[in-house]
Design a protein around this ligand. Structure first.
Ligand code: FES
Ligand code: FES
Length: 159
């Protein structure tokens, strides 16, 4: 076992972990942050995307021991239970950007990573960015619309 110290959704966490433990399993099983999903075992689906030090990362591709000192944010960091949704979540809700919702946490965290570096992306840029995120339900059109709507709201509200 190895000791790691991380910040997860703003809280300091100190744990001993197996060197082989993946970040996604640590988040879901040890931290009980089950909003981060596992949709494949080939690093393709993007359902597991979280932010590590401000950048979107597939948490099924990272070992916790590699992340000592890192700042990790999951979908749960965006809005507390019963509180107002983050503008990106609200845009997905309003624009029917989800059906079953399985891919949605990863989509939302990926989309926020895009807007961090490109606050006004074109449709093509959004579609290219989402190449690492698979949705089996929506056909992507409403996901793209959701991200465009969120970009407009976030630019207007400075969120
Ligand atoms: S579970 Fe990580 S990419 Fe599918
Ligand atoms: S909404 Fe069902 S997989 Fe995307």
């Amino acid at each position: 076992m190895k000791s790691v110290e991380l910040t997860i959704n703003g809280k300091a966490v100190s744990r001993k972990v197996e060197p082989r433990q993946l970040l996604v399993d640590f988040l879901r099983e040890d931290m009980r942050l089950t909003g981060t999903h596992v949709g494949c075992d080939t690093s393709q689906c993007g359902a597991c995307v979280v932010h590590v030090d401000g950048k979107p990362v597939k948490s099924c591709t990272a070992l916790v021991v590699q992340l000592d000192g890192a700042d990790v944010k999951t979908i749960e960091s965006l809005a507390a239970d019963g509180e107002e949704l983050h503008p990106m979540q609200e845009a997905f809700r309003q624009n029917h950007g989800l059906q079953c919702g399985f891919c949605t946490p990863g989509m939302v965290m990926s989309a926020l990573g895009l807007l961090d570096q490109n606050p006004d992306p074109s449709e093509t840029e959004i579609r290219e960015w989402l190449e690492g995120n698979i949705c089996r339900c929506t056909g992507y059109h409403n996901i793209v619309k959701s991200i465009q709507a969120a970009a407009t709201t976030m630019a207007a509200t400075n969120k």
